[in-house]
Design a protein around this ligand. Structure first.
Ligand code: MLT
Length: 388
């Protein structure tokens, strides 16, 4: 039987082409085993019992009910890094546009296009659009995931003095980051010294509204703030006040809403950060790869609500996966059931993340339907899958 995939948003063809004949695209969300999504909001969606996985072609997952999915054993993936270059390029371009009045200068030329003496009058007019250079200016980066690190390295190569803050910096990202980036321990340290501050953190209860009056008060006068993460990281009432008083010199935000589009000294773009063809292609390919590895091998990579758990391709007689609660005594109950039925476990991986855990068992003989039923009936087991 084919595996049904539903796309809640258009997904780049080069990604969908990676689905083998085993898969079928369906318009019917309720019958899908996997969902591919970009920005469609899933919070009020009915999650059918058929659904095993959701892959978000992008980084932010605030449009997906992660806990509700985890409770139902639905593994949610994102595609970290796949669109990082697209966002990085727009952050750098926006910083340059904030430093130099390039758009003002272009506008002046348009308005004066009929002036036969435009070359001469331009020489006089240009001082109004001159601006400053970014070389030597201090850039603070809050959040050094795939995007933050790429911004850090690019800004460093442009001669900026780069400072980063990320209490959760991974080894992988640390290794990819230029050694010229100075790490600080708190956001406050960045606020005090940076001319430009860019934020690259996910929207969580703990980050919502983190840019508020208290934060602005600690920043340098005239600071330029760049937000390519999510609009609600910023308290927009406080931002309005800070812009009006000049405390924040400029606000660059990639999220238009009725408030941001009316803020003074603000440049708003319509969520363009990762909307290049290259980024969309990369995200679609990574999302489909994750779905295939999960559906065909039971492996989890880049999940945001379950632990990563990888046992490679199954080379034994069978593979069983179990999504379960992260509570004591689960593994011993699983292995007892296998051993009672004479099933030898060749390889086993068990990982946990917060309240949830995931186990993969590679076994040497077929596992009877009754054992699968008994596994599923254990208190704390959320979902059992027979992969092979
Ligand atoms: C992301 O979360 O990856 C970016 O904001 C782009 C997007 O939402 O597609």
């Amino acid at each position: 039987m084919s595996i049904k995939v539903n796309c809640l948003n258009p997904i780049a063809a080069c990604g969908l082409d990676m689905l083998s004949d085993q898969y079928e695209i369906t318009e019917n969300t309720a019958e899908a085993q996997a969902i591919l999504v970009r920005s469609a909001v899933m919070h009020d969606m009915e999650l059918s019992d058929n659904l095993l996985a959701v892959a978000r072609a992008g980084a932010g997952v605030n449009n997906i009910p992660l806990d509700k999915c985890a409770e139902k054993g639905i593994v949610v993936f994102n595609t970290p890094g796949a669109n990082a270059n697209g966002v990085k390029e727009l952050v750098i371009a926006s910083m340059l546009l904030a430093a130099r009045d390039i758009t003002g200068g272009i506008q002046w030329c348009k308005e004066n296009k009929d002036d036969p003496d435009i070359a001469k009058s331009g020489e006089k007019a240009k001082k109004a659009y001159a601006g400053t250079e970014i070389k030597g200016k201090k850039l603070g980066i809050i959040g050094l995931g795939a995007i933050g690190v790429q911004v850090a390295n690019a800004a460093n190569r442009l001669g900026m003095d780069v400072y980063g803050c990320d209490p959760y910096l991974s080894v992988e990202h640390a290794l990819n980051m230029s050694r010229d980036v100075t790490m600080v321990k708190t956001n406050e340290e960045l606020y005090e010294m940076c001319d430009y501050i860019t934020v690259h953190v996910p929207l969580l209860d703990s980050t919502k509204g983190m840019f508020n009056k208290a934060a602005f008060d600690k920043m340098k006068d005239g600071v330029v703030l760049l937000n390519f993460s999510r609009d609600t990281l910023v308290n927009e009432d406080d931002m309005k006040e800070a812009l009006e008083s000049g405390k924040v010199g400029k606000y660059i935000v990639d999220f238009p809403n009725p408030t941001t589009v009316n803020l003074p000294n603000t440049t708003v773009t319509p969520h363009l950060g990762a909307s290049t063809q290259e980024s969309e292609d990369n995200c679609a390919k990574m999302a489909v790869h994750e779905i295939r590895d999960f559906m065909e091998n039971g492996n989890i990579k880049n999940s945001v609500n379950y632990p990563n758990c990888d046992a490679g391709v199954c080379s034994t007689e069978g593979r069983i996966t179990v999504a379960h609660k992260n509570v004591p005594n689960m593994l011993s109950q699983f292995t007892t059931l296998f051993s009672k039925d004479g099933v030898n476990i060749e390889n086993m991986v068990n990982k946990s993340r917060g309240d949830y855990a995931y186990s993969i068992f590679d076994v040497c003989s077929e596992v009877k339907e009754s054992v699968i039923k008994d596994l599923a009936a254990i208190d704390g087991v959320i979902r059992v899958r027979v992969i092979k």
